[in-house]
Design a protein around this ligand. Structure first.
Ligand SMILES: [Zn+2]
Ligand SMILES: [Zn+2]
Length: 104
């Protein structure tokens, strides 16, 4: 842990995420649960170091997201990648599906 820890401060409102109760801004995605799609969400770096278009899709309706769209997370349980059995696992869904799920 150091001041240069990239996960310490929220990238949106710079709240200190190591505080027990971080004070995110009211419009921060951590507060609203709604995240804007950024260009970096749609690309990934391949093993060869090349930029790949990976895309992002709603897990429910399979709509693909574009930069500027908004998405939210659905908690689907625990069991992350190897070595992180306790990690929370989230699915990415669009706001339309989130609204449907909320009234279902
Ligand atoms: Zn924040
Ligand atoms: Zn959807």
């Amino acid at each position: 842990m150091s001041a240069s820890d990239p996960f310490r401060f929220c990238i949106c409102c710079e709240a200190d995420c190591y505080e027990e109760d971080p004070e995110h801004a009211e419009n921060c995605p951590s507060t609203t649960g709604v995240f804007p799609v950024a260009k970096r969400d749609l690309v990934s770096i391949s093993a060869e170091g090349e930029l790949e278009h990976s895309g992002m899709r709603c897990m429910d309706c399979e709509d693909s997201f574009a930069v500027g769209d908004h998405y939210t997370h659905r908690h689907v349980g625990r069991g992350g990648p190897p070595g992180m059995p306790e990690a929370d696992v989230y699915e990415v869904i669009c706001l339309g599906c989130a609204a449907l799920a909320a009234v279902a």
